[in-house]
Design a protein around this ligand. Sequence first.
Ligand code: NAD
Length: 497
Amino acid sequence: MTDTAYGMWIGGQWCDSQEGECFSSINPATGEINGSVPRGQAADVDRAVAAARLAFDEGEWPRMSYQDRGEVLRQIAHLIRENARELAELETRDNGKPIKETTLIDIPTAADTFEGFAGMAGELKGETIPVGAPLFCHTRYEPIGVIAQIIPWNYPLLMAAWKLAPALFTGNTVVLKPSSLTSLTVLELARLMEQTDLPSGVVNIVTGLGPEAGRPLAAHPLVDKIALTGSTETGREVMGLAAATIKKATLELGGKSPTVVFKNADLDAAATGILATIFLNQGQMCVAGSRLLVEQGVHDALVEALVEKARRIRLGNGLDPETSMGPLISAAHREKVRGFIASGLKEGARLVSGGRVPDGKIFEKGFFLEPTIFDEVTEDMEITREEIFGPVLAVRGFATLDEAIALANATRYGLAASIWTNDMYQAYECARKIRAGTVWLNTYGNFFSEVPFGGYKQSGLGRELGGAGLREYAELKSITMDASPDRRSLITKWYGW
Ligand code: NAD
């Protein structure tokens, strides 16, 4: 994994973009160039979609058994595990996230995802429906066709696995576009797939920028479904592009997830959990717990504990095994996050921790930012309303259970929530009444390939993972058969012949 000039993977071949242009992939901790990547355009998208179309319409993949496709997914999982160390290092260099995280979370979970879906044939069982003899009716799931998949930069390899594994297992063919900021591990994954029994053209990787490669992919008339993980703004645009040909769409979008802490919670466990909800992956998580609601009476003690623990978070180059927080993804993104911090100060929130670019030689060339905590926020502030996608926590108090639920729901997003309490009534009232696709009780951030994940409200459409996520990649067909001896049960009644 030392090549620095990468190609795109189309129809089983490595190639440059038709225009021959490239862009650089940067290490956000040092500003160094990791590699050059082809800058794909509409013509490259056309080639990739044609390859995927051919593999679907004439190839063996959609016609293979679940068992055989599952075996290929297991081969991919095995190769990811065999190359885990190199993939973890490359992900850290390309994205900036700590090696601890890529080693413990991103890479093994990507392998688990392929393996998990490889065993999910039971989730694609049809039904026998008793419509009345002599008719016999049953349903079956079939692949949809060519799937366009567009993914973000925050979990590059893992998001690719979440998208590819269910789409492939159900028998579809795919054109996947990684984020232009982090294409490298996805291209390495393609190199690993080359070593498996995956037929050519079943997976195609087009690299490039959103407007230049993503847009023509989402709009392509020969694509049957688009699956996007990205911001709500991009989701809105992609949904519009999909409308022209009534493509199916799954959209996994932004969030502004609440963490609710009640007085009787284990405050020390809650404080550690809260730090993870907002500072893991530098806060660049769709499920970041960016709004903290704390019951009066424990508010001050909890904020004090958070500030004390936040000071102990070690910032640095992600390749250092001691680092627990790396740089943000890019200079532009750090400026955007700093803009939110300035807005919080201007609107009167109380900054209790962080907020600055850290001092020190090791931070000079990277895009680092301190873990930041604002207290005494109000609902009208920008930092309470907008997805910041960075290490910025907005804290406020609440007095009653009803108020906590109302505040938790005071957002246009609905991706996740985390509740900390030792009272089962409080826990379940929150879990039932908070309008979000995932609720964690006394925990945070647990994902499993068997458990569906997705958003309410403007956090998205459809589900990923689990049986529900798998079926997003399948068409449901009803088959009705006349089992009477003369095959005349229904039609005859109509004409009377
Ligand atoms: P983004 O929306 O800027 O980009 C996501 C992908 O879409 C990239 O590959 C990009 O190149 C492409 N893209 C951009 N504009 C496009 C267009 N007009 N047409 C087609 N494709 C286009 O998001 P990002 O900055 O890469 O990632 C951060 C966002 O992703 C956050 O909002 C975060 O909440 C969200 N996210 C959601 C989930 C989830 O599961 N709900 C998971 C991870 C990230």
